[in-house]
Design a protein around this ligand. Structure first.
Ligand SMILES: Cc1cc2nc3c(=O)[nH]c(=O)nc-3n(C[C@H](O)[C@H](O)[C@H](O)COP(=O)(O)O)c2cc1C
Length: 209
């Protein structure tokens, strides 16, 4: 192993996560941790992993735009690599890598498209440039800079006022069935609590670090 990486070793000493801290369901604990995120840059950035029909996994960052009793919401291009993969195989995973807090949250579940109404409501809050970008960019396709620029100019000309939601763009909600909260502890004896969906409720289990 390269010395430079091998020597990198933070000691985790923040407060632990005990059974008494657990909420009956994981979204409430996720919200509490999110409230404690503080000054982290882009705390709502999460790593989304999907799987292709060939079984090949891939990961990318997306922004969490909502969390509620259903699960975790993000928006994207439905025809992108991730969109096409989720169409074929909705199983996916999310990771919130909150390293400065010595915390991570892992989610496993299934992605479902949100309603058109919900996508349109969020799209309307985006800046005009981002709205036009959603029309102009065939996300995940091979393109030239010229094609992209001309497709953005076309979108600008086509929608001088209001920009409607493109049919290929919208939200997903990841419905969790496993959520793990990881809190760094001294001597690598970290606290890990896993919520597993069980019937209408959740079971919680401590995992070895
Ligand atoms: C911090 C961060 C946030 C991002 N948020 C989003 C997002 O909310 N939606 C999205 O489609 N892409 C987002 N991206 C871009 C994706 O990581 C990715 O490049 C893009 O969605 C294409 O992924 P795909 O080809 O695997 O479908 C974000 C990238 C970064 C670095």
């Amino acid at each position: 192993m390269e010395q430079q990486f091998a020597a990198l070793r933070a000691e985790y000493s923040a407060a632990g996560l005990s059974e008494a801290d657990l909420t009956p369901e994981p979204v409430a604990l996720f919200r509490r941790w999110f409230d404690e995120v503080g000054v982290l840059p882009e705390p709502n950035a999460m790593v989304l992993s999907t799987v292709g029909v060939d079984g090949r996994p891939s990961s990318r960052a997306v922004l969490l735009k909502g969390v509620d009793e259903r699960g975790f919401v993000f928006f994207t291009n439905y025809d992108s690599r991730k969109g096409l993969e989720l169409n074929d195989r909705p199983d996916c995973a999310l990771l919130f890598p909150w390293h400065p807090l010595q915390r991570q949250v892992r989610v496993e579940g299934r992605a479902e498209r949100v309603s058109l109404t919900e996508s349109a409501a969020y799209f309307a809050t985006r800046p005009r440039g981002a709205q036009l970008g959603a029309w102009a960019s065939p996300q995940s396709q091979v393109v030239s800079a010229e094609e992209l620029a001309s497709s953005y100019a076309d979108a600008e000309a086509r929608f001088p006022d209001q920009v409607p939601v493109p049919g290929h763009w919208g939200g997903y909600v990841v419905l969790p069935d496993v959520v793990e909260f990881w809190q760094g502890r001294p001597n690598r004896m970290h606290d890990r609590w896993r919520y597993r969906r069980h019937g209408d409720g959740w079971v919680t289990e401590r995992l070895a670090p």
